[in-house]
Design a protein around this ligand. Structure first.
Ligand code: C5P
Length: 243
């Protein structure tokens, strides 16, 4: 496919996991000196639909539309075609949908003014543990083997990268090459804070591990001073970039 693609630099993405537009816009109004890269996930998109995407684009935010598609190849192809017309910067699917589904997603991508969105695949959710994988999903390979295998599948399907834990970045880069994007949620201010996440680390360590983009939700959105926490995480994450 010869589409030009969106360009992306290392950055922090704020997960806008809010229940409606009003709360989201109120939250973003605190960012006077920044125009953060944002992630619109299922909670906000299902509540507000494409209008919130259009609005945040108009305001100049880069957007990762995190809807994690997982269906039969034809359905995913058509759905990605619809989503990529919104001119967002990045969209995603679940790699467990398989190589044909990921290839179909790639075929569904549409060119927009600014280039087609980057397409990445979730390996294993950062809330999944090896125990859960074995006992509930009946996957007997280790979690690291599974993640690298899923990332290689995404590469075979010509995706741009994966969503993974910041703990897995190095092994994925080794297997798939340094230009294969690693987008990593599971970021916490301190190693001992987890919420429902399992495979976590700090933004400083994620930078050292080589993540391309880190996704941070609650540590910023529920902070007393979100701008301060965002700035600190960004400085920590980017500290290693120019070294
Ligand atoms: O609040 P927290 O920092 O845990 O938010 C992480 C965000 O990243 C959530 O929006 C979640 O849906 C998303 N995500 C994730 N793990 C993945 C893929 C996406 O936590 N593997």
């Amino acid at each position: 496919m010869n589409f030009s693609k969106k360009s992306i630099q290392k950055d922090v993405i704020i997960a806008l996991d809010f229940e409606n537009s009003a709360i989201t816009l109120d939250f973003l109004s605190q960012f006077v000196e920044h125009k953060p890269f944002v992630k619109i996930g299922m909670e906000l998109f299902y509540a507000e639909g494409v209008e919130i995407v259009r609005l945040l684009k108009q305001q100049g935010h880069k957007i990762f539309l995190d809807l994690k598609l997982h269906d039969i190849p034809n359905t995913v192809k058509k759905a990605i075609a619809s989503l990529s017309k919104f001119d967002v910067d990045m969209v995603n699917v679940h790699s467990s949908g398989g190589i044909d589904m990921m290839r179909a997603a790639r075929e569904g991508l549409r060119q927009t003014d600014g280039g087609s969105p980057l397409l990445i695949a979730v390996t294993q959710l950062t809330s999944t543990s090896e125990d859960m994988m074995r006992s509930e999903l009946l996957i007997n390979a280790s979690i690291n083997q599974t993640i690298v295998h899923y990332a290689l599948n995404a590469k075979t399907a010509e995706l741009d990268g994966v969503v993974c834990s910041p703990l897995e970045t190095a092994m994925i880069k080794e297997a798939c090459g340094k230009d294969f994007l690693t987008v990593t949620p599971g970021i916490r201010l301190f190693e001992n804070e987890k919420d429902d996440q399992v495979r976590i680390t700090t933004s400083l360590q994620a930078g050292k591990n080589g993540s391309d983009l880190i996704v941070i939700g609650r540590p910023i959105t529920q902070a007393k001073n979100p701008v301060e926490v965002y700035e600190k995480c960004r400085v920590d994450f980017l500290e290693t970039v120019n070294k």
